[in-house]
Design a protein around this ligand. Structure first.
Ligand code: PMP
Length: 462
């Protein structure tokens, strides 16, 4: 444990944190009487906190980001070398890692050809909607400007992305919102809006069409969906869903934007989540796993057909995409992303994600047999969820406090798992979430699910 020992003055660090850091998504009142958790170091699948506690991280840095695991020396080296060579130049010019990563990236995405760099998932998504609105202004008199988003999906924290947010509690106190964003129904069959029906997937996609027809197809410019809904409860789309969605988008000339901020870069066992379904999107956004949190980078990727709209009149000062992200010019981002991609390939981490994901899901499904509180286990690759219900017949969600108690019990036993974070309306914050790094071994997966097994036993029988 020596190498993970905290600095001598760690209590001063914790105190500085308690006094001065405003933590994300956190109620701070408890910190008046207890210490905030300060993470000191990470190696592979594990982190160590200021008390010296070793934690097996089943959520890749808390929000499913550190896909290649912690402490990679080669990542540090490429970032160091690049920063010394050229740390930054604004994105109106090219840079060596920016050009090389864009080429490598679109090589994994048939049909795509252009990469716009910025540095957060929210920002990458906003770029798409600005592009869609600009296309609307240039070709549809500004009318085809509405963006559809889906209940239970999440796209970020800025005003634009909140306006496209399907999580009621995240939005509750931040209105008024940006106009022109319209919600479509979710596709979680376990909580079907139409009772038990045979062709749920097609029905859920048809519900999108109903919204388009209600709004007027000539007013809808884009549809934004997560390929597999992550924070909204690990929702794997039902059979027939994506095929119908693609068909609908084509029928009404609606540009399809897939938000791969979580699922991108191997998380679900393919490079991108949409690649499980044979979909051909017009826009793909990605962030978390692009450089696994070693550098801040996000990408908005489009086809050449979309890009062509922005260079059709060189003399018109309004014809090009009038957008910049200052830190989209940090070269550490694409340099780290290139090395991240090399690691994913050389260590066969997509295959590992698929294989270990199957094991994770099988283990979680096994928990259904032991614990009546497990309503459903679902997932794809190394993103999985376990929905907890007070009653399997009525599917009444367990109180959120019980979900938190399971998470706390796992942490007490050295495993960090996740849960939906006070986000959805109607008491639906009841799924445990799992997204370990793509380097996870069988032993890691079993240790995670054994810990959950134990925690469910303790929380629901005591
Ligand atoms: N899209 C999805 C699907 C996400 O899960 C997130 C973040 N959890 C975002 C977008 C926003 O990313 P960021 O926090 O980097 O803005």
């Amino acid at each position: 444990m020596n190498q993970h020992t905290a600095p001598n003055d760690i209590s001063a660090v914790v105190e500085a944190d308690r006094r001065h850091v405003w933590h994300h998504l956190t109620q701070h009142k408890p910190y008046e009487t207890s210490d905030p958790r300060v993470i000191i170091e990470g190696r592979g699948m594990r982190v160590w906190d200021a008390t010296g506690k070793e934690i097996l991280d089943a959520v890749s840095g808390g929000v499913w980001t550190v896909n290649i695991g912690y402490g990679r020396e080669s990542m540090a080296n490429v970032i160091r070398d690049q920063v010394l060579k050229l740390n930054y130049f604004a994105g109106a010019a090219g840079t060596v890692p920016g050009a090389l990563f864009a080429e490598r990236l679109v090589g994994k995405m048939p049909g795509m050809s252009r990469v716009f760099y910025s540095n957060s998932g929210s920002e990458a998504n906003e770029k798409v909607w600005k592009m869609i609105r600009q296309i609307s202004h240039r070709h549809h008199g500004g009318r085809k400007a509405k963006i559809l988003f889906r209940e239970r999906d999440y796209h970020g924290t800025t005003f634009g992305t909140l306006s496209a947010g399907g999580h009621a509690q995240r939005n509750a106190q931040y209105g008024p919102f940006v106009p022109g964003f319209v919600e479509v129904p979710h596709c979680l069959e376990y909580r079907s809006q139409w009772g038990a029906i045979e062709n749920y997937g097609e029905r859920a996609a048809d519900a999108i069409e109903a919204v388009i027809l209600r709004e007027g197809p000539d007013t809808v410019g884009g549809l934004c969906l997560e390929p597999i809904t992550a924070g909204g409860g690990a929702i794997v789309p039902p059979a027939g869903y994506w095929e119908r969605v693609q068909e609908i988008c084509r029928r009404y000339e609606i540009l399809l934007h897939i938000d791969e901020v979580v699922c991108g870069m191997g998380r679900t066992g393919t490079w991108f989540g949409y690649q499980h379904y044979g979909v051909e999107p017009d826009f793909v956004t990605m962030a978390k796993g692009v450089a696994s949190g070693y550098a801040a980078i996000s990408c908005t990727v489009t086809s050449e057909a979309v890009f062509d709209h922005f260079k059709d009149d060189a003399d018109d000062p309004l014809s090009f995409f009038r957008d910049i992200s200052t830190f989209g010019g940090c070269t550490s981002g694409p340099a780290a992303a290139l090395e991240n991609m090399r690691i994913l390939e050389d260590e066969n981490l997509l295959e590992n994600s698929a294989r270990m994901g199957d094991r994770l899901l099988a283990n979680l499904q096994g928990l259904m047999e032991k614990h009546a509180v497990v309503g459903e286990a679902r997932g794809k690759g190394l993103f999985a969820g376990l929905e907890l219900v007070a009653d399997r017949t009525t599917k009444e969600p367990v109180p959120e406090a019980m979900v938190k108690a399971v998470v706390a019990e796992c942490m007490a036993n050295g495993v960090m798992i996740g849960a939906q974070n006070r986000s959805l309306a109607g008491g639906m914050n009841n799924a445990l979430l799992f997204a370990p790094a793509l380097i996870a071994t069988k032993d890691d997966i079993d240790a995670i699910t054994d810990c959950v097994d134990h925690a469910l036993g303790r929380v629901f029988t005591h």
